[in-house]
Write a protein of this length. Structure first.
Length: 268
């Protein structure tokens, strides 16, 4: 109830988070603490993972609710210590979807500060390089009108926009279990139990995780998310579809003299 009152009165995110932690840290001293009942909260929509997809969905759901005069309760849980902490990549960002979601993103201070000034696609050999002419490239490789951004900064900004609309975001809480209704449908997730020794026995500070229940649950954990994999397997969601492909990326940060730096210049 403390969490609900804090959200209803517009109190700070810190107060809401402290209230959630105080519930999670409730202690049980029964013989079988692992079967002790969990505290829980109910929402209209629950989103697992606070990446760009989940946050965009949360924002759009709240927008649609406001358009219809319906106050939908929307919650996002994120395993990272803060929104954007697990988003480390740079990005060449095509803003069409953001234009549709938040048309006044420039006025709201979205961190899209470096427009692409030029891009070149090169064939490189030990003897030199040759530029590919633009007419040989597919449309998605043309970066005119795009921006060079930090995806982590954009994610944090989307989180702030979602909270302004009334979305409750709880970083530091990972989903460890999918909850199901009696009819087999998904009814939410449970967060991880805390206070467990390395051998699996409960510490004196052991506490059960929270149950977060919702009419609709969206999983946006990223590739190979444990809850997403469970749901895809249970409902056979990957049947008759193309296999997912994954790529391993290596990030390099180069420091160069300012006189050799051209903001927005891309080479591939």
């Amino acid at each position: 109830m403390l969490l609900r009152r804090a959200a209803a009165t517009g109190s700070s995110k810190l107060l809401r988070r402290t209230a959630l932690q105080s519930i999670v840290r409730s202690r049980y001293f029964s013989d079988d603490v692992f079967s002790a009942p969990r505290e829980g909260m109910d929402y209209d929509v629950l989103l697992v993972g606070a990446g760009p997809a989940s946050l965009s969905a949360a924002i759009r759901i709240k927008q649609l609710g406001l358009e219809k005069g319906t106050d939908l309760s929307v919650c996002v849980v994120e395993k990272g210590a803060e929104v954007g902490s697990h988003i480390v990549s740079g990005n060449v960002f095509e803003p069409r979807a953001l234009n549709e979601l938040i048309p006044d993103w420039k006025e709201k201070g979205a961190p899209l500060d470096t427009p692409v000034s030029d891009d070149r696609f090169l064939i490189i050999s030990k003897d030199g390089s040759w530029k590919l002419p633009n007419f040989l490239l597919p449309p998605q490789q043309h970066n005119h009108g795009n921006y060079v951004i930090s995806l982590g900064k954009l994610t944090r900004w989307l989180g702030a926009q979602a909270e302004e609309l009334g979305v409750e975001i709880y970083p530091g809480f990972s989903a460890s279990e999918v909850l199901y209704r009696e009819d087999g449908g998904v009814r939410g997730i449970a967060t991880r139990d805390v206070g467990i020794n390395k051998d699996g026995t409960p510490k004196e500070t052991f506490a059960r995780g929270m149950e977060l229940r919702a009419r609709v649950t969206l999983f946006g954990e990223g590739c190979r998310g444990s809850c997403s994999e469970e749901v895809m397997g249970k409902f056979n969601l990957r049947q008759h579809v193309q296999p997912q492909t994954y790529g391993l990326g290596i990030k390099e940060v180069w420091r160069i003299p300012k006189d050799k730096h051209s903001p927005g210049y891309l080479r591939s």
